[in-house]
Design a protein around this ligand. Structure first.
Ligand code: NAD
Ligand code: ZN
Length: 366
């Protein structure tokens, strides 16, 4: 893998594609590279206190060196600030500062900042340029790729949003050194997902390199991030608006989301809930005769070795079911699940009777 890995993304809804750059010490060149694709000079850097203190000042000075006029907006840390109110505050700041249509929004942070700043860029004067500078593993492999931006609404997560692609994504691997352990593990939940849904070789490699992963060996992690972005870009290019194929990215998410919702988003990090959800989807698939027990066992083993949870602790089967059935995606009270066939291959199965899931959950829930 070259020191700087690049992926070209060519979404249909953006005439020009964009590049994801993944490497070390990326922030020292990025402002210069940005200048080659960007004309305007106003830049709004959106981040939070923690991340700004670690990386923001360097980015700000690099941008200034290249002639950008930089404004900084810091959002308090936390999912609850991925809100319409916070978006409005940012928009007001931009209007008050006379921010132009050829200005640029830079999202420096995890998925919360990426989604919020991305949403602001999508709606400010009907859309201005956006650059993603993802700093959490989850943001680097998932939320910064694919063009979905959103804020939460009291009635639902990510309910107000848009499809909006960035001008480019700059992923600096060194930011992962300061990522808290739990956030690191949560991101790995999504990494395992890419192997499970699309690429058995990637899954094998994860199984064989648990130690390198646990120690955050950045050379190996660069490969993992690169491959995950490649997979997501390929899936999204084929199905930008989630009409079909893109649904497979939701493997582990049906039960995962229900679990997050039931515990008011306070107990599990998203990737942890997805890890649990993938194992239970595999159990359902085994029960339905769609895959072998080996598939479930390999999934369970790799997630466990990484350090992710795989059990549903003390949650009632009825509660999980009810939460899933209330979800927006349920039609006629029948369930749709992404279920594994093999490692590296899943299928969207519609029309699953809730009773089938209930039986599985009731028989096994602790
Ligand atoms: N748009 C999409 O396609 C998409 C996909 C998946 C998830 N998401 C969204 O992403 C969000 C979750 O993202 P997340 O898991 O990155 O959470 P997050 O943005 O809350 O970041 C997690 C925590 O890690 C901290 N952090 C991030 N990078 C750091 C670093 N390098 N060093 C030290 N601390 C760091 C953050 O300040 C925060 O406290 C959710 O809102 C979810 O809905 C969006
Ligand atoms: Zn996810």
């Amino acid at each position: 893998m070259p020191a700087l890995a690049k992926i070209q993304v060519k979404p249909e809804i953006k005439e020009k594609g964009y590049e994801i750059r993944i490497g070390r010490n990326i922030y020292s060149q990025f402002a210069q590279e940005l200048l080659e694709i960007k004309r305007g000079s106003q830049a709004l850097l959106v981040s939070n206190d923690v991340i700004y203190a670690l990386y923001g000042t360097k980015i700000e000075s690099e941008l200034k060196k290249q002639g950008f006029q930089v404004m900084v907006y810091l959002v308090p840390d936390g999912e609850e600030y991925k809100s319409w109110q916070e978006a409005e505050k940012i928009l007001t700041t931009m209007l008050e500062a006379g921010f132009n249509r050829d200005g640029l929004v830079l999202a420096l942070g995890g998925g919360v900042i990426g989604d919020l700043a991305g949403f602001v860029a999508a709606i400010y004067q009907r859309g201005i340029d956006l650059v993603q500078l993802p700093t959490s593993l989850l943001a680097q492999v998932d939320s910064s790729v694919g063009g979905k931006v959103a804020v939460n609404h009291p009635l639902g997560k990510n309910m107000i949003g848009a499809f909006y692609h960035p001008l480019g994504v700059w992923t600096d691997l060194d930011t992962l050194k300061t990522l808290p352990e739990r956030e690191w593990l949560a991101g790995l939940g999504e990494v395992v997902k890419y192997g499970a849904i699309w690429d058995d070789n990637l899954f094998d490699l994860i199984e064989k390199n648990i130690e390198r992963i646990r120690h955050r060996d950045l050379e190996f992690i660069q490969f993992l991030i690169f491959r995950c972005c490649e997979i997501k870009a390929e899936i999204v290019e084929r199905d930008e608006r989630e009409q079909g194929l893109r649904m497979i990215l939701n493997f582990g998410h049906t039960i995962g989301h229900a679990l997050e919702k039931l515990t008011c988003y306070k107990v599990y990090r998203h990737g942890e809930a997805v890890a649990i959800g993938m194992v239970w989807a595999a159990k359902l698939a085994v029960n339905m005769g769609l895959c072998s027990t080996e598939v479930r066992e390999r999934l369970e083993k790799v997630l466990k070795e990484i350090g992710l949870p795989i059990n549903l602790p003390g949650v009632k089967a009825d509660e999980i079911l009810e939460t899933i059935v209330l979800d927006k995606k349920v039609r006629d009270k029948k369930l749709t699940f992404v279920l594994p066939r093999l490692i590296g291959q899943v299928e969207v199965i519609k029309g699953i009777e809730p009773e089938m899931l209930k039986e599985l959950l009731s028989n096994t829930v602790l």
